[in-house]
Design a protein around this ligand. Sequence first.
Ligand code: MEV
Length: 420
Amino acid sequence: MKTSDFSGFYKLSVEERRKEVAEFAGLTDDELATLADPSSIGMELADHMIENVVGMFALPLGIGLNFTVNGKDYLVPMVGEEASVVAAASHAAKLARPAGGFFASNTGSIMIAQVQLTDVADPFAAKMRILEQKDRIMAACNEKDPVLVNFGGGMVDVEVRVIDSKVGPMVVVHLIVNTLDAMGANAVNTMAEAIAPTLAEITGGTAYLRILSNLAVKRLVRSRCVIKKEALGGEEVVDKILVAYAFAAADPFRAATHNKGIMNGITPIVLATGNDTRAIESGCHAYASRSGVYTSLTTWEKTKDGDLAGGIEVPMAVGLVGGATKIHPTAKIAVKILGVKSAAELGMVIASVGLAQNLGAIKALATEGIQRGHMSLHARNLATTVGARGELLEKIVAQMIAEKQVRMEYAQELFEKYSK
Ligand code: MEV
């Protein structure tokens, strides 16, 4: 079985790492070349993706290691600008391996589109009238996307809410749609626009907004893991992590930073696979507020054996078909590296990485603080930049850290001194 547990991966040259990933994922030479090409989309495609295009913007793509989710090993492509993120996720995933890695589940790819209806004289009666005509509404919506229906997706339910607002009561209709492996924004927005006049007619009101909700509460992914206390350095570290978690669970100021750490794991994969980072971020943060108070997206507890048990549950509207995922050459390769076969599988891997990232951050914060880890990675980056490799690199990194002099000029000075 393929393993994502590569020790010493970070010590390899970029070329050596690329070879390992190509072997793991079965990448062709062309795909490997595309992966190294910062302008892989080309100016013409770029010009079709957004407006007023004048250039490109490249970011590094790293590989999160050691992930096992539901018994399958994954190499996780992560795109971002922040140092330490990929290393922290990989480290935390390694800690989870002795207890089997991550165990994940999902609620299916069910999206919600909203149709807002105002000026309804009898909103509660109107709600009843809409629900009486559910079959008609569903059939009309499904007509708008026969391909989705053919593949087994389409509208699955209609829900109606009456909400109070500054401009009076509103009837809000939720179209509940199974979008399968698509993120589904286009599908559900088309349905919402198509059905709005019918809903206006049924309610006697005026249809206003017709748009999906990013609070995708019917498209949840969950992941859990157990970290053996020995892997953490003992039960006292478990206790420290629980205190760190309790802070995030109780205080929105801390929860915002705690959840930002979770998004450090989630967003890089969403981006790497060509999905909509803002959709996922708004969904996750809104979900963190679902009780009325913004809180942690993860939970951490101590098992009866004194080990650490973690869990995460987040909305995850990501797709594998359509959008940038299908047209961006590097995003396609990222999906191939992941080896996921469905949007739900992708979502479960993403949730697992979010959980691991959170563990990496709170473990560091609750013990040595995050600066030490940051500094050693920074030292490694500096030593690599000045040209050091292998044993020389390790020597320079160790000396910069021991002397607390993690600076480019010093890396250069040591490189010149020792390479003589
Ligand atoms: C930094 O990008 C993320 C952390 O602040 C997360 C956290 O505080 O839990 C380290």
